[in-house]
Each structure stands twice: as structure tokens, then as C-alpha cells.
Design a protein around this ligand. Structure first.
Ligand SMILES: Cc1ncc(COP(=O)(O)O)c(C=O)c1O
Length: 365
């Protein structure tokens, strides 16, 4: 084989199909209704905005690279040891750091077939082989995952609840998955949407992390805390894993703005409860509307719904374009292997009513 002239990236990197985020702009609409990225319907806490503004005169300073105050606040809020918490520039960064630290060439990273795309992308970026495990009823399948573990498996990623399906594993099912894994395989429970879940049999992963040295839980400030633009995530890790991440992360990986706004958002329990109540009201409302239109949505417990469309005139692509024509941005799901579905984030009350009415019009057309 001839050696190429220029620099050559590591194995796997050129196999990555770059992540395509949800649309934010729509020609012909100055302010489209943005339901494409599972962002917050209500916007950030006013206290977080004030903390962000207050920082303006200090941006020549480096942030606190240890995120000390935020980790202590998270520790107090969730009753966790701050030494076991590591913050990241979004949970995306923590997903990538875990792969860098624990996967690599000749290893496999497992994820469920319709799981969050950053898992296979992160695996390829470190030269590992991403392995998509089939789901049943658009839900992660514990037995299928366990059956796919090999001596090369290093990490199993489960988003719980999962994006884009919105389905979840009960704490018993998650414990069964963990019980079946070899001790040298890391189970990553990505609980980005945990705060939206109102089911008694759900647990975000803290209890498993407390019991085992091969389980981690990831969280984000991008969803219910409404700080997606600042990039702030965190995770709860067994101490040895936290110490590994503190070795491989950048020294100032979280910005001062993210730290300040995150701290204020965490303390603003009123905004959090408002956001939760809003989702509790509107998510089932929109799901019911989708069901009434015959679009068999998944039983999502996140801040989004995933209706499915028939083949032919009323297919998912046509629905996506019809909504665009009304100034409404949603997300196509072909990249997730679900070309017959679109994902719709819960918006304000008026936005939800508009998208439901537009889809009713589409189906009647
Ligand atoms: C399951 C899941 N994990 C992680 C993320 C990334 O979140 P962050 O904004 O914290 O990087 C998302 C964002 O959509 C997500 O859906």
C-alpha cells in the first residue's frame, strides 16, 4: 500500500459521519418554532442569567479548573461525595473522555441500536469498534446486550431514558444488566433526561454507582436546567474512574460562565419545578395527540415525543417538510435508523398546540 503524502488521522476517524445537530434556522421565518434539539421549553432560570451577566467583567480570568464550588453544590444537592464528581463541557465531553480513557483500537463499545449517536462517534474517534445491539419495542434489550459482550468489550453505553426513543429501563432491569457484565466492562448510564422522568421504577444510576466500581452516571445542565448554550455536564463516578478523568480532561475544560450559571440554576429549585410541571402537563398531552392521529408514538418519558408515520403520502419526510412550511423545526430520524419517525421536543403551550394542529392538518391533507 502506498503511503499517503499528508498527515493521516488515527484509525476509525474517517469512518465517522459527523454529528448533525437540529436545525436552528428556517428560510422565510425570522423566528421559527424550534423543537429540534430537546432544548428547554421555558428557558433558563433568571438567577442563572443574572450569574452569567455578573461574570462579564471577569472573563479575562481562567475558571476554577477543579469546578470546586459547583461540585460541592452538586454533592450537597444529590447527597454525593464531591470527589466522585467530574464536570465537563457538556456531557458530550465526558462521553468522549470515557472512551479515550477506557476504549481504543481492538476494543468494542456497545450501545443500543437507537441510542444516542455520540456513543458510536466517540468509539470511532478512539479507534474502537462501536457495536449496535438490537432493541425490542424501541427499548434497550438487556439480554441482547449481555449476549453481545465479548472479551474485547470495554464500555456499554445506555441512555436512560434514551434519546431519541424516550424509552427507559427500570432500576431492576439496569441492575440486571450490571449483574451480567464482567467487572472490567464499564457501564455508562447517561441520565441526561433524568429530571423529566416521573416513574416509580426509575432511578438515574446513583445507587448502582454507589454499589459497584464499574458503573458511572452522566448528567447535564443542557436539558431541564436549560443551559445548553453554555455546555455544562457532570458525572458521578467511582473514585478511581474520577481520578482517571481528572488526568485526561483539559485543565480548564468548563468555562467560568458555565460554572457560575450552573451553580445558580442548581439552587433555583423553583425554576426546576416549573420546568418539570410543564413537561408533566405537555409531554403526555402531545403524545396523546400523536396517538389520536394514529402515529403510534413511543411511551417517551423525556421532554420529546417520537411519532411514527406510514409509508406513502403521509410519510415522515413529508411531515417534516409540512411542519417546516408552518415555521416549525423538528428532527429527522434517519441518522438514528428510524426513517419513519420524527422527534418533536416539548415546547411552550402555544408551540405544542401549533405542532399538534399542524400534524392533524397534515394527516387530513
Ligand atoms: C442522551 C444524551 N446524552 C447526552 C447529551 C449531550 O448533552 P450535553 O449538552 O450535556 O453535551 C444529549 C443531548 O442531546 C443526550 O440526548
Amino acid at each position: 500500500m502506498t503511503k499517503p503524502d499528508g498527515p493521516v488521522p488515527g484509525p476509525g476517524i474517517l469512518d465517522i459521519a459527523p454529528y448533525v445537530g437540529g436545525d436552528a434556522k428556517l428560510e422565510g421565518f425570522e423566528k421559527p418554532i424550534r423543537l429540534a434539539s430537546n432544548e428547554s421549553a421555558l428557558g433558563p432560570s433568571p438567577k442563572a442569567v443574572a450569574a452569567f451577566r455578573a461574570l462579564a467583567g471577569e472573563i479575562h480570568r481562567y475558571p476554577d479548573g477543579s469546578a470546586d464550588e459547583l461540585r460541592r453544590a452538586l454533592g450537597a444537592h444529590y447527597h454525593l461525595d464531591p470527589a466522585q464528581i467530574v464536570c465537563g463541557a457538556g456531557s458530550d465531553e465526558l462521553i468522549a473522555l470515557l472512551q479515550r480513557a477506557y476504549a481504543g483500537p481492538d476494543t468494542e463499545v456497545l450501545y443500543s441500536r437507537h441510542g444516542f449517536l455520540m456513543y458510536p462517534i466517540g468509539a470511532l474517534a478512539v479507534g474502537a469498534t462501536p457495536v449496535a445491539v438490537p432493541e425490542h419495542d424501541l427499548t434497550a434489550d438487556v439480554d441482547a446486550i449481555l449476549a453481545r459482550v465479548t472479551p474485547r468489550t470495554r464500555i456499554v453505553f445506555i441512555a436512560n431514558p434514551n434519546n431519541p426513543t424516550g424509552t427507559y429501563l427500570s432500576s431492576n432491569e439496569m441492575a440486571r444488566l450490571h449483574d451480567g457484565l464482567p467487572r472490567d466492562v464499564l457501564l455508562v448510564i447517561d441520565a441526561a433526561y433524568a429530571e423529566f422522568v416521573n416513574r416509580n421504577d426509575y432511578e438515574p444510576g446513583i445507587k448502582l454507582v454507589d454499589k459497584a466500581d464499574n458503573v458511572v452516571m452522566l448528567r447535564t445542565f443542557s436539558k431541564i436546567f436549560a443551559l445548553a448554550g453554555l455546555r455544562l455536564g457532570w458525572g458521578y463516578f467511582p473514585l478511581p474512574v474520577a481520578e482517571v478523568l481528572n488526568r485526561v480532561r483539559g485543565p480548564f475544560n468548563v468555562s467560568a460562565a458555565a460554572l457560575a450559571a450552573g451553580l445558580a440554576a442548581l439552587e433555583d429549585t423553583e425554576s426546576l419545578e416549573k420546568a418539570r410541571a410543564h413537561n408533566d402537563r405537555w409531554q403526555p398531552w402531545l403524545n396523546d395527540r400523536m396517538a389520536a392521529l394514529g402515529l403510534h408514538p413511543t411511551p417517551s418519558v423525556g421532554n420529546f415525543v417520537l411519532p411514527g408515520f406510514p409509508e406513502g403520502k403521509h410519510n415522515a419526510d413529508a411531515a417534516f417538510r409540512f411542519l417546516q412550511g408552518k415555521g416549525i423545526l423538528t428532527r429527522k430520524m434517519g441518522g438514528y435508523g428510524l426513517p419513519d419517525r420524527i422527534r418533536i421536543t416539548i415546547g411552550t403551550g402555544a408551540e405544542n398546540e401549533k405542532v399538534a394542529a399542524a400534524l392533524a392538518e397534515f394527516m387530513a391533507s
